[in-house]
Ligand binder design. Sequence first.
Ligand SMILES: [Zn+2]
Length: 374
Amino acid sequence: MNLTLRLRLLPNGTQTAKLLAVMERFNEAATFAAQVAFEAKVYSQPSIHKLAYRAIRDRFGLSAQLAVRAIGKAVETFRRDKTVGPVFKSRGAVTYDERILSFKGLDKVSLTTLDGREVIAMVFGEYQGARFDRIKGQVDLVYHAGQFHLYATIKVPEDPGIEIRGFLGVDLGIVNLATDSDGNVYTGEPVEKTRQRNHGARRSFQKTGTKSAKRRLKKIAKREAHFRRNENHVISKRLVALAKDTDRGIGLEDLKHIRDRITVRAKDRAKHSGWAFGQLLAFVTYKATLAGVPVLTVDARNTSRTCNVCGDCEKSNRKNQAEFLCKHCGHSENADRNAARNIRDRATLRWPDLAAGVDPRLKPSGNLVASPRL
Ligand SMILES: [Zn+2]
C-alpha cells in the first residue's frame, strides 16, 4: 500500500527566499528542457539529457541531480501528452530524490538549493507512525498559499502480519461520530460547537453576498475543515491504538452503506452536513495499516435494527435515536453500541481464523447476514 505523506516545512526568511529561488530556476530549466525536446521530437530521459543537460547546468546553475530531475519533469509531462511543449509554472513542484534530500531525524530535512544544502525545520505531527526509511523514490516540494510542503510516498506492507484475537467494531454516526463495540463513545462535540458558533455569521455573510463576505465565508469553511480534520485524526488514532493494544482488528461499515443510511435522515444531514465520514474512514485505514492492524469493512445493512443478542431484526427494535430494545428477547442497550457489536460480529465472521469461535447464535440468520465478499 502506498501512502502519501504531507510534511509542512518551516523555513526562516532566508530559507524561504532560497527555496523560492531554486523552485523558479528548476521550473525554468524544466521548461527549457521540454522546449528543446519538443523541437527535436525526442521524449525520453536519455535523449533529452544528451540535448539539454549541459546547457541546463551552464545556464540555470542547478546541481547535477536537480538538472536531471528538471529533465525528468519534462519527461513525465510528455508521457501524458506529446502534442504540446509544456511551459511550467514558475512556482510549480520541484522533484527531489535521496541524492538531493535527506531527513534529519523527525523534525528536519536537508534540501539542495542553488547554493548548497539547507537544513529546514518541518512538522511531522500527523504521521508519527510512519517511517522515513520507507520513503522511496521522489519527494515533491510544493509551494501553495505561502507555505511549503513535501509530498512523499511511503510503501507500507499490505499483509497485516499480526495475529488477532477478535475485532473492534465501529459504528459511525451523526450524533456520536463513532461508537465502538467496547462501548467507548467518540463525540464530535467540538466540531459541532464550532459549526453552531459559526452558523449565524455564515447566514449573514451569505445574505450580504459581497466580495468581502464571500472571502470571510471561505475563511470560516476553511477553519471548520481544519477542525474536522484534527478531530478525525484524534478519533482514528484512539481507535487504532485500542485495537492494537488488545490484539484486535477493526471492523467498519463500508462508505456506501453509510451514505445510504445518512440520506434517510434528511433533518440530521442538514444539521451535520459538514461531517466527512470518508475522511474518518480513510484516516482509520491508513493509521491501522501503518500499525499492522487489519481492517475489514462490512456490509452493515440493518445493523441498527438487529439485536446483537438474538439476531432478531425489526425496525421497531430501535426505540429511538439512543436506545435499542429488542421486541423478541427484551435485550436493551445503547443503540450505537448494539450496532457496533453487530459490525464487530460481521467482521469476525469474515475472518476465517476467528469465524469458528463466534457464538453460533450470532451466525447469519434471518437478516443478520455476514457479507460474502472476503
Ligand atoms: Zn433480541
